[in-house]
Structures are given as C-alpha cells and as structure tokens.
Design a binder for this molecule. Structure first.
Ligand code: SF4
Length: 309
C-alpha cells in the first residue's frame, strides 16, 4: 500500500461534533439539535489531538460535523492547527457563522470554507433542511467572500433539490465560489432511513451528471467542479485499490477505517496519533476489513449502481 511509506496521515478528517442546529433529512452523520455525543472530546482532549497533528506535520485538516462552529473550543482548535501551518477546510450549514468567527478563520491558512446550498427557493431548501433559512445561508456565503475566505458550495442531490441544481450552480458562480462540490446522495445516517423518499431516480442522476459536465465546461476557469468519484460505491472501490492517507476521526476520538464501516481501529482518547496511524494502516491491510467493504459495496447497501451520464 502507498500509505505504508507515509510516516503520518496526509489529511485528518475530523467530525468535530454530532451537534447541529439543523436536522436535515439527508444527513449522513445523523446530526441534530441535541445530537452531541455524551463522550465527545473535551477542549483539553481536542487540544492534545491537535498538538499531535501539528507536530506530526499533517498538512491538511477538514472540520466537519454536525456543525463544528457550535463547539465552544472549535476556534481555539482551528487556530492551534492554523498557527502551526496546517491547511484547513471547514464545512458549515451557514446558518450561524458570524462575521467575528469568519474574521478569525480568515487569519488562518484556509483552503476552503464550505457552505451547503441545496436550493434557490426557500421551499426546496426548507423541505430538505426543515427550519433552515436559505437567506441565512446565502448571507453567510457573502460574509465568507467579504472576509476574503475561499468559498466552496456543497450541493446534495435529492428528489427535493435536483430540480434547482442548475440554478444553484449559477448562484454559486455569482457568489464567486471557487468550487462546486457534489456527488450522489450517500446512503448513510438519516439519509439511509429516509432513502425511499430521498433517492433520485437513475434517470435524474444521468441528467444531473450531464448538467455537471455541461456547466463544468461553461464555467471552466471561473469555478471548479468536484463530483468524482460520483457514487459512494466508486469511492469505496477506489479505497480498495489504494487506501487513502486520511485519518477519519469521530467526535469521540474514535478513528474509523472507512465512512461506510461503523467499527473503529483506534481511539485518540487513549492512543497517540502515531499509534492510530499504525492501527489504521494495519486495518487497511486486514482481510476482515476488505471483506466487510466488499459486502457493503456488492451487497446493494448503497443504493443505485454506479451512475453514468
Ligand atoms: S446535513 Fe449538515 S447541516 Fe444538516 S443536520 Fe447534517 S450536519 Fe447538520
């Protein structure tokens, strides 16, 4: 495996909390207001993990959730990493990211501030994200740009949102996003439980892929498109060919081998980052893990087969 030659992860994907101010129908992490895990890492524990990430010279950390900015020690953790030269990406629903928070993030080496935008009408957006305000998300996008941060727009294709996909792409370009990020809906978390109501048809996915290809050509040089691998199954197949150098850290410090497997291979509350990295690489080569991943992707647990335009 390529990762056997790496002394540390290339990236840490840190699901910082399961707490969220929204409870979106398509949420793949099952986050919601009150969803905070009872044993999420405390401020001093998160600091210790961040210090190890920085001293191991991991180049890139992605903060996801839940809504990471709801955690009181989120900014301190991001600043510890950023001041050590670690590049950062933060994923947000854009409902409450204040100007002050964005100003602090803007002083760090930020690769991306990603805001989810799944519609251009409150009706479509609010059906997927009950109680969320499209106006608040759009205002947040403008504040991100005003703060000088690189704006990325994420779009989740569902039966409720696909009809506005082209308009969202155009809105993203108007907002001067540098990237439009999407892919097939992931059959994980709450999305898995509501799958029959959410999953687009194969025909809708084909049209969506054609739209992405057309807009990618039209907007070349203005906005990049990120949608490959498109289907989660393709991502897992890539994983099986070459396990990624990404350590996936959960809010409670557990380290997952893959987003589609619930089991963990290490616990950063007890294990050092170096031990977790060794455990991850050992798990990647484990026949049990490979077999479990093949069961997931070939056992029809992820929805439609790979979609082609
Ligand atoms: S999709 Fe994002 S914003 Fe919505 S509940 Fe999940 S974590 Fe929160």
């Amino acid at each position: 495996m390529r990762i056997d030659s790496f002394g540390a992860p290339l990236m840490v994907s840190w699901q910082f909390t399961r707490e969220c101010d929204l409870a979106c129908l398509h949420c793949c992490t099952d986050s919601w207001p009150g969803g905070r895990l009872s044993d999420e890492l405390a401020a001093d524990e998160a600091r210790r993990v961040a210090e190890q990430i920085a001293s191991a010279e991991v180049p890139y950390v992605l903060f996801g959730g839940g809504e990471p900015a709801l955690v009181p020690h989120f900014l301190d953790t991001a600043e510890l990493l950023g001041h050590a030269g670690v590049y950062l990406k933060v994923e947000s629903n854009g409902q409450r990211l204040s100007k002050q928070t964005l100003a602090r993030l803007a002083r760090l080496p930020m690769r991306s501030l990603q805001v989810s935008l799944d519609g251009v009408t409150q009706e479509a957006y609010g059906r997927l994200r009950p109680a969320a305000s499209l106006q608040a998300a759009a205002d947040c996008c403008r504040r991100v740009r005003d703060a000088g941060l690189p704006l990325e727009i994420a779009f989740a294709p569902t039966r409720f949102s696909l009809g506005e996909a082209e308009a969202v792409i155009e809105r993203a370009a108007e907002l001067r996003a540098f990237r439009f990020n999407t892919g097939a809906l992931m059959r994980l978390g709450r999305a898995a439980r509501l799958w029959d109501a959410l999953e687009p048809s194969l025909q809708d996915y084909r049209e969506f892929l054609r739209l992405l290809q057309r807009k990618e050509a039209e907007l070349a040089g203005r906005m990049e498109f990120c949608y490959r691998p498109f289907h989660l199954r393709e991502g897992v197949e890539e994983w099986l060919r070459e396990p990624p150098g990404t350590l996936s850290v959960q809010a409670d410090g557990k380290v997952r081998v893959s987003a589609v497997l619930a089991s963990s291979c290490a616990d950063l509350r007890k294990d050092s980052l170096a031990e977790a990295w060794d455990a991850y690489r050992a798990a990647c080569g484990s026949p049990d893990v490979v077999s479990a991943l093949k069961t997931v992707i070939y056992g029809d647990l992820l929805g439609h087969d790979s979609v082609r335009a």
